[in-house]
Design a protein around this ligand. Structure first.
Ligand SMILES: Nc1ncnc2c1ncn2[C@@H]1O[C@H](COP(=O)(O)OP(=O)(O)OP(=O)(O)O)[C@@H](O)[C@H]1O
Length: 340
């Protein structure tokens, strides 16, 4: 059953169309990530669902109820922002129970819900602390706990990890993914511009660009079968190499794409160029190659490479790992992925 159903949603700021006729169905229990470059409309879409933005036209239904004109607090959803704004003078327990207190729930019921949420979020030992005595990750969990106690149908996360340092982000990413598994009935929508977060957390990813959806799919669908060059280059790191016409004509395409890890260096390679930069990361090496006519290619080598700056190397795409694109950048599905 579709929990969230968005049809022909348009959002204009004056003449500017921030969202251009968005259609999207989200199933109950799904973890959906909105991803895309800065300014593509991710937050506007999330805020429209939350009711924090009025929409220009279209419909938003949550659990079969039209919510276009329903107040944010009455939509049955909860939102977690990047700035989690806990009340500094209240304990974790009071922060988490505050909305229930406002809703005039009984003390015993509040205590029960707060303790259950704290247990899920591993916050039980900290219930009587104030926010200043918590780490960034713990504070973020309190913010999530505040939302969980309300038992929302839909959880909205707006870049909740962007204020945390790299190590903590990785840890919180895991925790949020685990939380989603612990709450299999709860639908979650998560906004990020970080494609690694999207790949690791999502059941399905929605890739947005200039206010429109480019593609919706599971992380592996987007990785293996991107609809166009934009998605192909947005998903995966380092990004997919795009080769122009002089290489693509052998594949009957306007351009072709090969991921850095799908290029193999060797004397028999069909393409060649001069190494202009080598990045040794230990586990991998990224070899940047000038292939002439202002085109550059990145080759990913597993482990440490002996290849040095200035070397001339030959390399070749692995069988079946060439994606073909037409003039408009759309992927040509069928046909050859090896050279004629
Ligand atoms: N109140 C506003 N008035 C006018 N334009 C706005 C307003 N809010 C957002 N926009 C514009 O709408 C577009 C989408 O903005 P939005 O914040 O949704 O992007 P985003 O994908 O979330 O970007 P980021 O990753 O940078 O947060 C942008 O071009 C932005 O400048």
């Amino acid at each position: 059953m579709s929990t969230l159903s968005i049809k022909k949603l348009v959002k204009k700021y004056g003449q500017f169309e921030a969202l251009k006729s968005i259609d999207l169905e989200v199933e109950q229990g799904e973890f959906v990530v909105f991803v895309g470059p800065s300014g593509c409309g991710k937050s506007t879409l999330l805020r429209s669902i939350a009711g924090l933005e009025s929409i220009t036209s279209g419909t938003i239904e949550l659990a079969d109820r039209l919510i276009n004109d329903v107040e944010p607090s009455k939509r049955g959803l909860a939102m977690v922002f990047q700035t989690y704004a806990l009340y500094p003078h209240m304990t974790v327990r009071d922060n988490m129970g505050y909305s229930l207190k406002l809703a005039k729930m009984s003390k015993s019921e509040i205590a029960e819900k707060v303790e259950a949420a704290a247990e899920k979020l591993q916050l039980s030992p900290y219930l009587d602390r104030k926010p200043f005595a918590l780490s960034g990750g713990q504070r973020q969990r309190v913010a999530i706990g505040r939302a969980i106690v309300r038992n929302p149908k839909l959880f909205l996360f707006d870049e909740p990890l962007s204020n945390l340092d790299a190590a903590l982000r990785v840890q919180m990413r895991l925790e949020i993914a685990q939380l989603s598994q612990m709450l299999p009935e709860t639908t979650m929508i998560y906004v990020t511009h970080d494609q690694v977060e999207a790949m690791t957390m999502a059941d399905r990813i929605v890739v947005l660009r200039d206010g429109a959806i480019e593609q919706v799919g599971t992380p592996l669908e987007l990785f293996q079968s991107p609809a166009n060059i934009f998605v192909a280059q947005f998903i995966g790191s380092p990004k997919m190499n795009i080769f122009g016409e002089r290489f693509a004509k052998d594949f009957s395409a306007h351009s072709i794409g090969v991921r850095p890890e799908h290029l193999t260096v060797g004397d028999e390679g069909i393409w060649s160029g001069q190494v202009v930069r080598v990045e040794q990361l230990g586990s991998d090496a990224f070899i940047h190659v000038d292939i002439g006519q202002e085109e550059f290619v990145t080759v990913r080598h597993v482990g440490i490479t002996q290849i040095t700056l200035g070397a001339n190397i030959r390399f070749t795409p692995q069988d079946g790992q060439v994606l073909r694109f037409d003039r408009a950048g759309k992927r040509l599905d069928e046909g050859q992925t090896s050279r004629t």
